[in-house]
Design a protein around this ligand. Structure first.
Ligand SMILES: Nc1nc2c(c(=O)[nH]1)N[C@H]1C(S)=C(S)[C@@H](COP(=O)(O)OP(=O)(O)OC[C@H]3O[C@@H](n4cnc5c(=O)[nH]c(N)nc54)[C@H](O)[C@@H]3O)O[C@H]1N2
Ligand SMILES: Nc1nc2c(c(=O)[nH]1)N[C@H]1C(S)=C(S)[C@@H](COP(=O)(O)OP(=O)(O)OC[C@H]3O[C@@H](n4cnc5c(=O)[nH]c(N)nc54)[C@H](O)[C@@H]3O)O[C@H]1N2
Ligand SMILES: [Mo]
Length: 695
């Protein structure tokens, strides 16, 4: 069992959890408990005033990561947004997967298509910017992810992990260090080798790929030697890797947050899949496959209207929405820049954007303070919603029933299960969908539904609930009972009564003829989207700033979940220290020893932290976990010290990836120095209270 799942049980009883509605009564973080009626009445009244005075577009929403995994928000937030005609729908997608989804839109015709690495059958995994031994996967889901990866080697295959840090996954397999933020060059080097040495699967490309010749022509001017220098990977190693990958019976290039959150995140994702496509590894066993799920998420996203790219652009920066979400980096300018559509009221649902986003930190805190109304649905007072006017407490995962809608579509071994609420809700917490529903109702909109007929029905007390929608999706899905038409099919009732532990539906992912999978007009994989040429030119034109010679990367920890779960003793050892990982070579060059604190400076800010010297990190790179440096309503988290690493991530327009609006969270140009004062008290004064100061 994952240590975080066990820790999550402790969230229920956490004394610092918010269990009654809170109303802000003073400085940020100063709240008093109020009744639901008082909170909701005042929210509705103030929201009404904002909308009346400035128009519907003055009310925006912001969704974080955890709620995306519960069906309540997945089914009801868009209804809420539609009922209130919310135009600005921000989220953390562009801090995570938006680059992947935009690449999918270009390559396969829809951002809702998400391919999975067929780990249980493949003979070669080339992994970049992912660390599944810690993260446990991400855009694919496999409870036994370690076993799945080990099985590749047991079959005589290879797992090569491209990472500036010798990560937990890299340690278990072949590690290929790369210069942070340079995967674009590395990938071009691979593709150039495939082309130069005629290693391309010609037959597959002829049948299933469009734009290959033009793409090849665009890449022609890049030499493998140049790619080697820029990526820090030896040219001979690069070439041999391309040969080996092409020669493998099957193989898959899989990249994740480490390649998405770079300066060329969308381009990286395109290039990764060019390698997959040029070697004939799309939708074949052991390759990069479309998969199968009991609930067809592609159809669900399309029907729900969030299989979108660039349907909306943000007001000030002009960045696109992806999968129905606008980039988090636009929130600050959209609040602080006057003019039509200026954001004046905001609902945040399960996010800690001040710590998660580039351009978060102080700039976002100041912007949030300018809002006429901000209410938040969350389990805690965090560093973001401590600036809200109201916090509305929600149920945790064990206090609500759920169909794990987001995970179903990602499974390498498709399963289906229904999880009931296992404990009654604590205090006065409520389910998110009911809160959204009630705000819409009290605002005279009927309910949080996109469809007008449902809002009308809600007015007379007839409500569609999340479990009704879930049941419908299951029953009409590929494993459904079709209301009795399909024998052996499933419904929620059947799952509840006969399969309380869930059912494993398939042992492996079925493949289908590729043409049936693609949503592109010509039913081919498009490897030459219109943005390719511009992005390659941008890559060529991008120069490193000599003032910032090193590069910062992040580091997920097994006992942490982004910026939270830091208040749970089970995963929060009191001896935890927040440290930057630094190669001894760089330390020596800067006169830094293991006992020193260092200052890390980027274009956007400066932080001070303790260090750990380790040869596991590629010289020139510094790794620092994100999501720390707490000052919310969680006492253990606040005491744990550390610093918000995203102060170093710039939210300036020129530092946001333009195609998907991605925050650049890795490969950030930095410089380091020994901190001027390294006494314990100086450290305490900076950002590291109590025991987490220098060793
Ligand atoms: N324990 C734990 N598990 C989690 C989470 C958590 O916070 N804690 N978060 C969950 C979430 S929200 C997500 S999205 C997933 C993410 O899942 P993953 O992407 O698999 O997880 P990360 O650990 O972020 O892996 C990123 C890897 O990229 C490397 N990297 C950084 N910069 C570069 C670069 O420039 N090039 C290359 N090639 N590699 C680079 C890092 O060293 C790291 O090993 O994890 C999920 N699982
Ligand atoms: N430097 C750097 N920055 C990163 C990343 C990185 O790798 N490096 N990773 C990025 C990624 S992949 C992600 S996904 C984002 C995450 O960004 P966010 O979603 O903004 O951050 P979280 O830390 O997940 O904050 C989640 C909040 O949700 C609350 N919460 C938990 N469960 C629930 C629930 O069921 N309902 C509601 N309403 N609230 C709940 C928690 O109490 C917490 O306050 O961070 C991004 N930021
Ligand atoms: Mo994420």
């Amino acid at each position: 069992m994952c240590v975080k799942a066990a820790a999550a049980a402790d969230v229920i009883k956490d004394p610092d959890r918010v269990v009654t509605p809170l109303k802000r009564v003073g400085a940020p973080g100063q709240f008093e408990a109020v009744s639901w009626d008082e909170a909701l009445d005042e929210i509705v009244e103030r929201l009404g005033r904002v909308r009346q005075q400035y128009g519907n577009h003055a009310f925006a929403s912001f969704m974080g990561n955890p709620p995306a995994f519960g069906m309540g928000v997945a089914f009801f937030l868009s209804g809420f947004q539609d009922a209130f005609q919310i135009k600005w729908r921000y989220g953390v997608n562009a801090d995570d997967a938006a680059a992947r989804q935009v690449a999918n839109f270009f390559l396969y015709g829809s951002p809702a298509i998400l391919l999975k690495p067929d780990l249980w059958r493949t003979k070669f995994v080339l992994m970049l910017g992912a660390n599944p031994f810690v993260s446990h996967g991400s855009t694919f889901s496999e409870p036994k992810v370690r076993e799945a990866l080990h099985s590749v080697v047991e079959r005589g295959g290879r797992v090569v992990v491209v990472d500036p840090r010798r990560s937990e996954t890299a340690r278990a397999f072949e590690h290929l260090p790369v210069r942070a933020g340079s995967d674009t060059w590395f990938l071009i080097g691979l593709i150039r080798t495939l082309q130069e040495e005629d290693l391309v699967a010609r037959e597959f490309v002829r049948k299933h790929v469009s734009g290959a010749e033009r793409m090849e022509a665009l890449l022609q001017s890049f030499s493998v030697e140049e790619c080697a220098i820029r990526s820090g990977v030896d040219a001979a190693v690069l070439r041999q890797l391309a040969r080996d990958f092409a020669a493998a019976e099957s193989g898959v290039v899989y990249g994740r947050t480490g390649t998405c959150t770079q300066r060329f995140g969308t381009l990286n994702n395109l290039l990764q899949d060019f390698v997959n496509a040029l070697t004939g590894n799309i939708e074949r066993p052991g390759g990069y496959v479309f998969g199968w799920a009991a609930v067809d998420l592609e159809k669900f996203a399309e029907a729900g209207g969030f299989a979108t790219y660039s349907k909306q652009r943000t007001r000030v920066f002009g960045h696109p929405d992806v999968f129905g979400m606008l980039p988090s980096t636009s929130l600050v300018p959209d609040i602080t820049t006057e003019g039509p559509g200026q954001v004046r009221a905001l609902v945040t649902v399960g996010t800690n954007a001040v710590h998660s986003s580039a351009g978060g930190g102080k700039a976002m805190e100041d912007a949030l303070e300018q809002l006429d109304l901000h209410f938040s649905l969350d389990l805690y007072v965090n560093e973001t919603n401590k600036h809200a006017h109201f916090i509305l407490p929600v149920t945790s995962f064990y206090e609500r029933e759920d169909l794990p809608i987001a995970a179903l579509g990602l499974m390498l071994r498709p399963a289906l299960w229904w999880s009931p609420a296992v404990v009654p809700p604590r205090g006065e917490v409520r389910e998110e969908w009911k809160i959204l529903q009630e705000i819409a109702r009290r605002s005279g909109l009927g309910g949080a539904y996109s469809v007008r007929a449902l809002r009308w029905l809600a007015r007379i007390g007839l409500h569609v609930t999340p479990s009704m929608i879930a049941d419908l999706l299951v029953r009409t899905g590929p494993a459904g009972d079709w209301f009795g038409l399909k024998r052996g099919g499933y419904s929620l009732k059947k799952l509840r009564e006969h399969h309380p532990d869930g059912v494993l539906l398939k042992h492996e992912l079925p493949t289908r003829p590729l043409r049936q999978r693609l949503h592109t007009p010509d039913k081919r994989i498009n490897v030459c989207p219109p943005i390719l040429e511009d992005e390659l030119n941008r890559l060529r034109g991008h120069l490193d700033d000599p003032a910032f010679p090193l590069r910062l990367i992040g580091m997920r920890e097994i006992r942490s979940q982004n910026s939270w779960l830091h208040n749970i003793p089970r995963v929060m050892p009191s001896a935890r220290r927040h440290v930057a990982h630094l190669n001894p070579i760089d330390a020596t060059a800067h006169g830094i020893t293991a006992d020193d604190a260092i200052t890390i400076t980027s274009k956007s800010g400066s932080i001070r932290t303790a260090v750990k010297l380790t040869a596991d990190i590629f010289p020139g790179t510094v790794a620092l976990p994100h999501g720390w440096g707490h000052s919310g309503g969680w006492k253990i988290a606040n005491r744990s010290g550390g610093v918000n690493s995203n102060i170093l991530a710039s939210g300036a327009l020129e530092d946001i990836e333009p195609i998907a609006g991605m925050s650049i969270l890795t490969g950030i140009p930095i410089r380091i120095s020994r901190a001027a004062e390294m006494t314990e008290s100086a450290l305490l004064g900076a950002n590291m209270p109590h025991e987490s100061a220098t060793s």
